[in-house]
Design a protein around this ligand. Sequence first.
Ligand code: ADP
Ligand code: MG
Length: 731
Amino acid sequence: MNLRTKVLLPFVLIALVLLLFLYGYWTPRHIVDLKHEYQQATERHLVSVVEGLIPLLLAHQLDAVYENLDTLKQRNVNWLSIRLLNGDGTKIYPLVPQPPVANDREIHAMEQPVRYQDTDLGKLIVDVDFDEPLKDLHIRHHQLLGITSLVILLSIGIIWLVIERMVSRPVADLAQASKRLAEGDFAAQLPPVQHDEVGELVKNFDQMRLSIRGYQAELITRNESLNKLFHAVEQSPVSIVITDRNGIVEYVNPKFNDVMGYGPGEMLGKDILILKAGTEAAPDFEAIWQEILSGKTWRGEFQSVRKNGKLFWQFASLSPIQNDKGGITHAVALLEDISERRALEDQLRQAQKMEAVGLLTGGIAHDFNNILSAIIGYGSILRMKMAAGDPLRNNVDEILHASERAAALIRSLMAFSRKQVANPTNVNVNECINRMEKLLLRTLREDIEFRTMLHRASLTIFIDPVQMEQVLINLATNARDAMPQGGSLIIETARVRLDERFRIRHGEAAIGTYVMISVSDTGIGMDKKTQEHIFEPFFTTKEPGRGTGLGLSMVYGIVKQNNGYINCYSTPGKGTTFKIYLPMVAAPRETLPTEPVFEIQRGTERILLAEDDEPLRKYTKTILEEAGYTVVEASNGIEAVERFKERPDAVDLLLLDVIMPKKNGKEAYEEIRRTRPGIKVLFTSGYTAELIGQQGMLNNHVNFLSKPCTPNELLGKVRAVLESSVQAFFQ
Ligand code: ADP
Ligand code: MG
């Protein structure tokens, strides 16, 4: 039942009661009273009339009697008949006979004793018609009743209306508004404010609405920022863990589960310390935790363990979480998997080490080369000049022999430091391996099985075939040494594409298509520590006399020189795999002519020799002069040009060191060629890989002689150039 009905109901009840009272009680009573009053009034009139009537009757003045009776009518006594009865009740005198009247009329016979001078004469009976006057009364009464009821209903209606306007309607509107408010509509229209309690209610309600709206807006913004924070944490690329003060995990983000291998919710309630691996120099987490609880933060790297037991490195930032009052209630840990970074750092360190060692080795090898050239040269001259039966000839042979060994060593070092002079050409890797099979089998023993798994399509790389062979022989030799009890050696080739992933994993590599050559053995393998050093020159684990420690450093240098990459995968006791990646040549380039065979010949031509290293120049000059040539000397490029200009037509061959002060060999040659375009030239260098090999200055090694060289090599090359129709030219 709503308020309006509730308010209306008492009013309806009051109206009903009032009307019931009016019609049911008051009206009948009132009518009885009126009747009674009329009766009494009639009686009083009768008395007064009767008193005056007696003497008149006795005097028989009937006219006067009737006149008196008429006064009754004037007094609203509607008599019908009047009789005079004597004492015994008999009729004495019908003054006015009774006219016939309808039965249903209310006729009252009113008696009045008639006395005269203390004598009872009888009684006067007047039949009075009550109907007529009462009817009048009734009408008036009903009029009054109607007006009263109307007034009652009207006032109740007005009171109700006032209450409706002042109370019910505002309250109902307020109720409606509160309902909409409850449904979340804060713009609900409120009833107009009045200056009473309802108005107060409306005002307070509106105040409440505004504050709730404010709170709601604040809540929404708070919620939004909380949501933002939550999503940031949930989608963070860093693992995030929140623990209580005791290190019991209360929250981990999905990244954490991803990295650690836990399922959702699995870590909750566990101790955060289960993440640490109890290995190598782990930080003191007990102490760290105390620091955190005292409000400090900790950052550091530690070895962590995944659910599957695998170890890896993580970088952690641990910090306390304080509540509003400054108390530490929780701790948060940000964890980042840094295995890749650490691996890259290791690789970088390794590369830098190799670079430094390479520079040092290259420098030494270069200088040593020149010295060695002189030793071999003069030794050779000495030997040439000795008589066949000279007792000292043996000693000279020993010197030359030792020098050759030293030269071989230097060549290995040059290979490592990428200073080896290379004559790259297109090499079909599969063909090369097949061709080498015999040679490799000779390197291996019988208890070693040799297998190849070659890519079905042909794979071409641009490399000096000699270098390719050096690489394979060295790897095979190492494999053999690693399998003293026998085993198998497998050489595999494939075409691979090195992508961003390879670069990330190995810290280097230009993206592109490569030929992969893998050499695997089932030998003793190596531990991590050994693997860190294998490419260093002179690193060997073999007993003295068995290993030089130069094999892998040569392989490394050659691979690097050819813009390739080499990786080693090894497990102690299981075996080792070396994987070499060399850039693949898409369409085989035109191959260069094969190396001509030189024969040692003498000559009488005039040679302009430019060489900055004096002993070496002297040595070369001696050999050439011994062989019958005329030699013009120059100690640098500028001098060479000057010497040439002294007698331009007399010079048959330029023998130029590539690297010289003031003007290098190439520049000197360019200048001379302007005067004599067709002039023949032979370049020499012990340090030419960078200038000639890498920059591609020379395209035909007929015109190039690498130092150190034997006199035979020198003379052979000089002869070949002099007799060839091939002209030296730069690309
Ligand atoms: P050397 O063979 O003269 O020792 P290398 O440079 O060829 O020098 O090799 C260096 C070291 O690398 C070897 O002494 C050996 O310890 C290790 N090594 C190389 N290849 C293998 C292999 N296939 N298996 C196990 N160890 C190897
Ligand atoms: Mg070796």
